[in-house]
Design a protein around this ligand. Structure first.
Ligand code: IMP
Length: 418
């Protein structure tokens, strides 16, 4: 671990390489103890990390997975869209577990607020699309798109409004917010929105920074180590993903730096996280998608149901071109390949290595048909599993330094060198 930490340096980003749900929370959880600041940059409650600590599951949507580590500063960056009741609920969950958070939580005043009416608009837009073209985007219906729409239209509300008074909130919510909502046949429940703002104001007033970039600058000057927790993943990026079946934020390393207001050259490393196979929730191309019994097997073994929506995830095989695409954009220094043990029973493992005449070309690797569950040393992996990992390294030209072999925090192989 020491060698890995030295190699990662003081500012490390953990970024998903596929369509999300790669299991970033676990590597974050392992690394967080060695960093001082855990920062989330973009996205909102569409994310869902499940962390297992002492056999108990914790699911967070807004707070970064690293928040479980007491004493670490937690930053919610300017690129985020924050649903206030969800945030308050997560804070309560931590407090109920005896973990204090408010006094170490720093929220950018420039982050945007997701209101209840944004969630309703999200649902209305999905319905409209489905009526018009037979299917929607398959969003999480957490109001993410509509909140970013308001942000881009320069009429959104930022967390800084928590410094205002109730009369100001009412005026805004009854004014242009109501007009926008109306165009989607959605009514703004002003009293309920005001109540959410009031509760958040009481609880979070002390968390609002003067400026998130200035605060991060101070952390850097104090030689504090910053772990950036990516949300969603590269193939869902608004610019570089499988548009239009993407989320509405920038999910890459560069997007995270932008969302936080950290200068790009401060980043010392970037870990790409990819499952040993692949999943996707929502609509959109998934060229290496499996079908029938195979997909079902992967789903059941991998527990592939959405942490946020409970939807069954589409399951399939690793795609080397997709991994390379993600590596090109993010500049990964190493991989964390997660959930290797899910493939333990496969006789043969197809991996997408290219395309010909619109069809995926697969290379089939032999399975290991034995348990890798909970292994923590690379040497102990079955020979075919080692070959599978080496194949990913050779194909992408990037070393695999971390390999997940189970749900628990300890079930991870950390390699000093590949
Ligand atoms: P939205 O972000 O709710 O607008 O959803 C847009 C697309 O991104 C949908 O296909 C969602 O399923 C997907 N998505 C958003 N957040 C996540 C995530 O954290 N994991 C996996 N898929 C996500």
């Amino acid at each position: 671990m020491e060698k890995l930490l030295t190699d990662l340096g003081p500012v490390c980003a953990v970024i998903g390489a596929q369509w999300g749900d790669e299991g970033k929370g676990k590597v974050i959880d392992i690394l967080a103890g060695h960093f001082d600041v855990i920062a989330r940059a973009c996205g909102g409650a569409n994310a869902g990390h499940t962390i297992v600590v002492n056999a108990k599951k914790h699911v967070f949507h807004l707070l970064p997975a690293g928040s479980l580590h007491e004493g670490k500063s937690v930053v919610l960056g300017s690129g985020m869209v924050i649903h206030l009741p969800t945030l308050l609920e997560e804070i309560q969950t931590l407090e109920d577990a005896g973990i204090a958070i408010v006094d170490r939580l720093l929220i950018s005043p420039a982050a945007h607020i997701v209101f209840a009416f944004h969630k309703q608009i999200d649902a209305a837009m999905e319905l409209r699309l489905t009526k018009q073209q037979g299917k929607g985007i398959g969003t999480t219906k957490r109001g993410i798109g509509p909140a970013y729409m308001d942000k881009a239209a320069r009429r959104g509300w930022r967390m800084e409004v928590l410094r205002l008074r109730e009369a100001d909130w009412r005026a805004g919510l009854q004014g242009h917010m109501a007009d926008v909502a109306q165009s989607y046949d959605v009514t703004v429940n002003v009293d309920a929105e005001v109540e959410d703002l009031r509760r958040a104001q009481t609880k979070l007033k002390g968390c609002l920074m003067v400026s998130a970039p200035d605060m991060l600058r101070i952390f850097l000057d104090e030689r504090k180590k910053i772990l950036i927790e990516g949300a969603q993943a590269t193939l869902l990026d608004i610019d570089h993903g499988t548009y239009p079946y993407v989320t509405s934020s920038s999910t890459t390393a560069a997007g995270a730096l932008q969302g936080l207001g950290l200068p790009p050259k401060t980043l010392t490393s970037c870990i790409g996280v990819a499952k040993a196979y692949c999943t996707r929730v929502g609509e959109g191309d998934f060229l290496t998608e499996a079908s029938g019994k195979t997909a079902e097997r992967l789903r059941e073994r991998g527990g592939e149901y959405g942490a946020t929506t409970g939807r069954p995830r589409r399951c399939g095989w690793l795609s080397i071109p997709d991994l390379k695409h993600a590596a090109t954009i993010n500049g990964f220094d190493c991989w964390n390949i997660t959930k290797l043990d899910v493939l333990d029973e496969e006789r043969a493992i197809p991996v997408g290595v290219g395309m010909e005449k619109g069809k995926v070309i697969y290379e089939e690797l032999p399975g290991w048909e034995s348990s890798t569950s909970a292994l923590t040393a690379f040497e102990d992996l079955p020979e075919q599993a080692k070959k599978y990992i080496r194949f990913i390294e050779e194909q992408t030209g990037i070393p695999v330094r971390l390999i997940g072999t189970g749900q628990g925090r300890e079930e991870m192989i950390v390699r000093q060198n590949s």
